[in-house]
Design a protein around this ligand. Structure first.
Ligand code: SIN
Length: 459
C-alpha cells in the first residue's frame, strides 16, 4: 500500500512517510482496546484523575515540541500553535478534575420498602475521528473526557496532521495509561468511519468535521444504534450593532475571523454591521487586517500561515471572485491576495457584501471577511438564523437589552457577546441544527462517554 505523506503546507515538503493501518490491524486494535476496557473501567476515578494530571504535566513539559509539530504539519503560526497546546491541555486538566465528579443520585421511591439508585458507567470503546485544523485540541477534547469516564479510546487523526496525535499518545503512555486504553490509527476517513461505525466492539463514535461526512457517519452508525457525538460545520454570523465599541468590535472580529487563517468551524464567516457605524468599522477593520503579516508560521512575526492545501486555496479564491462579480469591493486586488504564491493568501475584507454571495451562505474556511450593512435588528437576526447551521455566532453591542435579545433569539450553540474567542475547556462547545449534537467541554463534555443505569431495590 502507498504510504501516507505528511506535508508541510508552508513549503510543500514531505515531513514524514507513514504506513496506513490495514483493516486487520484496525480490527485487532479495536479488540485490544476492548480488552483494555475490561480493566480500565475498574480503575478508580482518583487514579484515572492522577494519570490525566500526569499526562497534562508531560504536555506542558513538551509544549514547544508539540507547537512546532502543529506549525509544521498544519501551518498554524507558532505563537498560535503554542496557544493551541495550552488550549488542548486545558481539556486534559479540566477532565482530570471532572473524573472525580461523575455523580449518581437517589430518587425517593413510591413505596417505603423501595429505594431507587442511579449510577453512571463508561460507555465502552470510543472511536474518535478528528480534523486537521486543531491537531491537538480536538484530540484532547475527546480523549480526556473518555479516559476520565473510564472508556478506552482509539483516535483516527486527520491524514494531513497525524504527527501531533502520535506525540500526544506517546506522552499519554509515558504518563502511565495502558497502551491499549489510548491509541491511534493511521487510516483514511472512509476506512476508519466504516470500521468504527460497524464494529460491534466500538460503543461510541465521536467526530469533528464537515456536516456532509457527519451525516454519513450518523447513517452508518444507525445500523447498530450507536451512540454518536457530532461536532460539524458552521457558518458563523458576526453582528456589530450601532452602539458597539468599534475598536473592540474590530479586534473581536479579527480574533474570530483570522484565527488559524480563518480555518475554524466557529470563525465568523459573514459579518453584518449597522449602517450608522459601517464606514468607521470598515476603515478600521481594513487597516488592521492589512497589518497582519502572512508567511511560514515558523517565522516569529507571522500572524497568518498558509492554508492547508491547494484545494483550500482554490475554494477561497472562488468565494472571493464570486463576491467581486456580485458587487463586492475587495480591500486588496486578487493579484495582491495571491502574491506570495503556494498555499498563502493575504487576508482580505470585502465590503458591500450581499446575501447572493457564496461567502455569505457557504463555509469559506479562509482569510476572507465579507461585510454587509443592515439597518434593522430583527431583520439581521432573521438573516443570521436563515441557515441549516447553528454552531457559533457573535455580536457586539454595549446595550444589555439588545445583547439579551440577541442571546435569546440567535439559534446557535456557542455565542460570543463582545467576545471573539468564546472557546474554553470549562464551557460546553457544540452546535444546533445541522452543526451536530452532543457537547464537548464543561461538565456536559463527559456525559457523552457515560451511560445511566438505575437500580430499583425492594426491601
Ligand atoms: C473549530 O471550530 O474548529 C474548533 C475551534 C475551537 O475549539 O475553538
Amino acid at each position: 500500500m502507498t504510504k501516507l505523506e505528511v506535508i508541510n503546507p508552508a513549503t510543500n515538503e514531505v515531513l514524514e512517510r507513514l504506513d496506513y493501518a490495514t483493516h486487520e490491524q484496525i480490527n485487532h486494535q479495536i479488540k485490544q482496546a476492548h480488552q483494555a476496557f475490561q480493566n480500565w473501567k475498574k480503575v478508580d476515578a482518583h487514579e484515572r484523575s492522577a494519570k490525566l494530571a500526569q499526562w497534562a504535566q508531560l504536555i506542558d513539559d513538551h509544549q514547544d515540541e508539540l507547537a512546532r509539530l502543529i506549525t509544521l504539519e498544519g501551518g498554524k503560526p507558532l505563537a498560535e500553535a503554542k496557544g493551541e497546546v495550552a488550549y488542548a491541555n486545558s481539556y486534559v486538566k479540566w477532565y482530570a478534575e471532572e473524573a472525580k465528579r461523575v455523580y449518581g443520585r437517589t430518587i425517593p421511591a413510591n413505596s417505603p420498602s423501595k429505594k431507587i439508585v442511579i449510577d453512571k458507567f463508561p460507555v465502552g470503546v470510543v472511536g474518535a475521528i478528528t480534523p486537521w485544523n486543531f491537531p491537538a485540541a480536538m484530540i484532547t477534547r475527546k480523549m480526556a473526557p473518555a479516559l476520565a469516564a473510564g472508556c478506552t479510546i482509539i483516535c483516527k487523526p486527520a491524514v494531513k496532521t497525524p504527527l501531533t496525535t502520535i506525540k500526544l499518545v506517546e506522552l499519554a503512555h509515558q504518563a502511565g495509561f495502558p497502551k491499549d486504553a489510548i491509541s491511534y490509527i493511521i487510516a483514511s476517513g472512509k476506512d476508519a468511519g466504516d470500521i468504527f461505525t460497524n464494529h460491534s466492539l466500538i460503543s461510541k463514535v465521536t467526530f469533528t468535521g464537515s456536516t456532509a461526512v457527519g451525516k454519513s457517519l450518523i447513517e452508518s452508525s444507525a445500523q447498530q444504534v450507536k451512540n454518536v457525538t457530532m461536532e460539524l460545520g458552521g457558518l458563523a454570523p458576526l453582528i456589530v450593532h450601532n452602539d458597539a465599541d468599534i475598536e473592540a468590535a474590530v479586534d473581536g472580529t479579527i480574533a474570530s475571523k483570522f484565527r488559524n487563517a480563518g480555518q475554524t468551524c466557529i470563525c465568523a464567516n459573514r459579518i453584518y454591521v449597522h449602517e450608522d457605524i459601517a464606514e468607521a468599522y470598515n476603515e478600521k477593520l481594513i487597516e488592521k487586517v492589512h497589518a497582519l503579516s502572512v508567511g511560514d508560521g515558523l517565522k516569529e512575526e507571522v500572524k497568518i500561515g498558509p492554508l492547508i492545501d491547494n484545494q483550500a486555496v482554490e475554494k477561497v479564491l472562488t468565494h472571493i471572485k464570486d463576491a467581486q462579480e456580485k458587487g463586492g469591493q475587495l480591500s486588496r486586488s486578487i493579484e495582491d491576495i495571491q502574491a506570495l504564491g503556494g498555499n498563502f493568501l493575504k487576508p482580505v475584507v470585502i465590503t458591500n457584501a450581499n446575501l447572493d454571495m457564496k461567502a455569505m451562505h457557504e463555509e469559506t474556511f479562509g482569510p476572507v471577511a465579507p461585510v454587509m450593512t443592515y439597518s434593522d435588528l430583527d431583520e439581521v437576526i432573521n438573516i443570521a438564523n436563515d441557515t441549516e447551521f447553528g454552531l457559533a455566532s457573535y455580536f457586539f453591542t454595549n446595550d444589555y437589552r439588545t445583547g439579551l435579545k440577541l442571546f435569546n433569539e440567535l439559534e446557535y450553540g456557542v455565542i460570543g457577546w463582545n467576545d471573539g474567542g468564546p472557546s474554553a475547556a470549562h464551557a460546553p462547545f457544540g452546535g444546533l441544527k445541522e452543526s451536530g449534537y452532543g457537547r464537548e467541554g464543561g461538565v456536559e463534555g463527559i456525559e457523552p462517554y457515560l451511560e445511566t443505569k438505575y437500580l430499583s431495590i425492594q426491601e
